[in-house]
Design a protein around this ligand. Sequence first.
Ligand SMILES: [Zn+2]
Length: 465
Amino acid sequence: MNFTIQNVLIATNDAYTTTDVQVVAGKISAIASNLDVVGTAVNGENKLLLPGFVNAHTHSSEMWQRGIMSVLPLELWLAELYDFAPLDTEKVYLSALGTAVETLLSGGTSVVDHLVLIPGQELETIATAVRAYREIGIRAFIAPLIQDESLTAGIPSGETERNHEPYFRSTADTLAIIEEAVRQFHRPEEGVNILVAPTGIQLCSDALFTGCIELSDRYNLCRHSHLLETKAQEKLAQEKYGCSAVEHLKRLGYLSDRTSLAHCVWLNDIDIEILAATQSTVVHNPLSNLRLGSGIAPILKYRQAGVNVTFGCDGASSNDSQDLLEAIKIGSILHNTTDRDYQHWITPRQSVEMAALGGAKALNMVDKIGSLTVGKQADLVLYDLTSLSLLPRTDPIGLLVLGRPTNAVDSAWVNGKQIVVAGKVNSINVDELRQKLFQRSQWDTQRKSQTVAEIEAHYRTVMGL
Ligand SMILES: [Zn+2]
């Protein structure tokens, strides 16, 4: 699938230039004016070409509960989420497709799906997500969400003596599932990657983290996890380890240049130094942090310390969308309120670099994706600069990041394969997807979570509410 995009606008260091971009065998083979047309000619006039962004943290099956989750902080919200989590693989399939479509139409060409597994059907769940992502053609980083402690263990004990039910599956069995998933599905050269992804210190033992490190080393897998999303988790880490969660993860050896950590709201200055020294990546999920009242992550501090930062939508139950451009916008301007020195604020061009190259770094793919560079894979997005939301003509990247782009993505390619054409995903039937999402759901306003009712009193006590 060779093609040549002609007369397209691309960003240079501090300006723009009109040029041609040639793609041969899935890779960018030349960027220059007046290139010979190789393969199909693509008209790039009045369009902006950017590297595809990475939706670096989401949970696809949360799509089924977007818009309905109660207004609750994470620990209680999770209890409600799991009371109503979808338990059939057809739903997993449809929400993976839905997540991919919304990511593609908001500038993303890669997705990190911290995939919630159906108990007893773990490998089937992973196989289903793999099937969906292969069909649609987005670059997929499937991070099966694992834990080995039950939900109540994720809430600090405070003064109380608390016992938690053992988790229904052993640590060894969980690790065996991940290893089998790697054998069956990890095919980086085909755009399907498996990550090790313990959900976080709040629900995982040291043995689970250590087992994941071993798998990561043996199979060259990236590592993912939630980290210090809430104040409660900061408290819990002190109870569990007598030190910060970051110090503990460092001691275990989990932090590395292929480790990405979602949220990172409650880190102290020493923690930030540790992330910088270990070259770990922070995945910033601003909308989720706002929706769940988790806090404002100290993103400007991370950037000043040299920590790589990229963006994620987080699952659609805490967002309640998968619009990557929206996450990038809020995740950039939010921090202007946290530091009076405007020279530290994030510029639109920096936002784009964080979303593309920052995401590539998070996934150990910096030599393969994340920038318009000859030799890199053609994971590309073409924006229509005649879209009403990007007019009148000023600074294209400013309009894209600071504005509210609608129908702005004209085309997208992953590994040189075009999967968005004229503003529509063409690798799957999106109308059929819409119908199925409609048919398999219903309007609902009355549901109540039993588990929230059981644990809310303790949560309020321990959090001093
Ligand atoms: Zn998450």
